[in-house]
Design a protein around this ligand. Sequence first.
Ligand SMILES: [Zn+2]
Length: 387
Amino acid sequence: MKGALILCFSLLSVITVYGNGRQERVKWGAVSSAKAAAAARREAREAAELQASAAAAAANAVEVAAADAADAADTDVEILAPPAAPPQRIPAGETRAVLMREELKPGDPLTLGLILDGGSHADGARPRAVLLNARDERLGAAVFFRLEPENPEAPLLWAAVMAIPSLAGPGSARIKVERGTELLAEIPFTIGGRDFVAEEIALNAGNTALRTEPDPQKTAESEQLWAILNRTGTIVYGGSAFAPPVSITRRTSFFGDRRVYRYSNGKSDTAVHAGIDFGAPRGTPVTACAGGKVALARFRIVTGNSVILEHLPGLYSLYYHLDTIHVAEGDLVDTGALLGESGDTGLATGPHLHWEIRAAGENADPDAFMAAPILDKEAIVRKLLYR
Ligand SMILES: [Zn+2]
């Protein structure tokens, strides 16, 4: 078990702990055992003491030099200190699952971390998370992926990303972590309340037909989209905080808007807006919100020229109604890469960018992805080990 714990530590090349009442950067990568860590701490303490006495000598000599030395001591000394709370050992055979943020409301993404001890990871079945409300109704499910797929030495760490549906009611909820028929863990939490905007949109005859007339091509495109969004890959392309996809900040529709479509034939229908609409004039550059792989780049009947990026297993960003497309399916892109230019292709009442995020198939609020990284490996490992 000690081996696994050290293995987890090796993921944390640099972690932040509190020492001497202030935050210090602590290097853990070189520490290979508790004994070595203690020796390194002793050495560092001695080195710090030496530096401190040098600074004191300088203070006696020249006042200005003392200030410089104090600055240097503040920023240059590497203090090797133990974490504020010593890490708990994970007893052999124990499985741990954590929810990275417990305060969640409709539309919020949620990230789960999982340590599976016991070495049974090799049996091929990936763990999955199932989201249930207080009435035990299933609100969603996601398949876990390896947190460090490139590191075969770290088979214990898993993560999953999913979202609270925008239609979920407030109240108690829980996440069941299971593998096959085995229940690995259960995490209770609460879904908060949230208000959404109500809007009415009048559609002309052309847009009414786009939404209402049955079309085998539309059905095929919809099936193709679902096949992509429900794909559970293994590659982590980008988990950092998302950047806005256009420089335009004006929004013409919001995430989760409760819409009523007024059709040209007098009938109407309701829908929930799955993303954010930016009021971008035709030709505005549309860029990748994070690193990813182009999963789709083509014309679709309803969404027009469309680009879909895969960022994490099960996590996608979607860009609709583009005038032009500048990437091809299979391309790898970095944050800020040009995907195309905004327009009004497909079902649109004017030029705009519809930007949407899907997590395990569910619409997620794009603003939540811009506020914080969706996959913070250090934070996940820290919470798994030190909770
Ligand atoms: Zn939209």
